[in-house]
Design a protein around this ligand. Structure first.
Ligand SMILES: [Mg+2]
Length: 269
């Protein structure tokens, strides 16, 4: 059962948090846009020495821009496909691709297969800027149609996930949790799982709610729209939806503990 975020506040469960790994659409946005409240919350967290890492299904192109302009340490794009590291200004592939042209051709073939069954689906505007997945807009697809699409992709040997805005054809192994774990292993090897909080709002975030991997997770209130469609549920839920929910979490983190001097990864025990 999901607990109210106030319970975490009362138990000081967020006292040791040093990194927030958060979804973007529906979690950091309000009606699809960034707000001044978001920028303010990110600045506050930075001042508090709490790192923010965006983990989104959006395309490589979009995410490189977002990582550059927001006060965050970096961003993972395409549901675990690539990592843009603001500390090194380096892009790292998290999904291994031998031949990109052949890979894109295979993704295109799976999409054409889906179009035979669902002729109404069309490529997302940002699909041309993608590297590791193939994306189409979710529009009016029903829950049962999404289940059917998942099964078709699996039969073809591919993975499938969706958010509030887009549907993604990808490798079976590519998901937000695996991408995040890879980044944590490479760049934050000393962080324990209780020093990380994961945040999200929809089915493509469900791997971030796997308590065996991430024991401290938060769903913003709009995640309730998905009811039991999620394989994993978050540990805590905010009372407010979308970015107002994220700001609720940021405010608790702002008030908890004291401003600590962050010990660099390389000299932590
Ligand atoms: Mg989302």
């Amino acid at each position: 059962m999901i607990k109210a975020i106030t319970e975490a506040q009362n138990n000081n469960s967020f006292n040791n948090i040093q990194l927030i790994a958060t979804d973007m659409d529906g979690t950091l946005t309000k009606n699809g846009k960034f707000t001044s409240d978001l920028i303010s919350a990110l600045e506050t967290l930075k001042h508090k020495n709490i790192d923010v890492l965006i983990v989104t299904g959006r395309s490589a192109c979009w995410v490189q821009t977002i990582a550059n302009y927001l006060p965050i340490i970096g961003a993972i794009a395409e549901n675990g496909g690539l990592f843009y590291n603001n500390q090194t200004n380096h892009c790292q592939f998290l999904t291994q691709i031998q031949d990109l042209a052949t890979y894109r051709q295979k993704l295109s073939s799976v999409f054409k297969l889906l179009q035979q069954q669902f002729p109404q689906i069309s490529e997302s505007e940002d699909n041309r800027f993608r590297i590791t997945d193939w994306t189409f807009d979710i529009e009016n697809l029903t829950a049962s149609q999404l289940t059917e699409i998942t099964a078709i992709c699996q039969q073809a040997g591919w993975g499938f996930t969706y958010s509030t805005v887009q549907c993604h054809i990808k490798t079976l192994e590519q998901d937000k949790a695996l991408g995040l774990q890879s980044v944590l292993n490479d760049y934050f090897p000393k962080l324990t799982s209780k020093e990380i909080v994961t945040v999200g709002d929809s089915p493509n975030d469900e791997s971030l709610f796997n308590q065996n991997l991430f024991p401290v997770s938060v769903g913003v209130a709009n995640i309730l729209d998905y009811g039991d469609r999620l394989k994993y549920q978050p540990t805590y839920i905010t009372s407010k939806a979308e970015v107002a929910g994220f700001c609720e979490l940021a405010d608790i983190l702002r008030k908890q503990g004291t401003d600590v001097v962050k010990i660099p990864q390389e000299i932590r025990d």
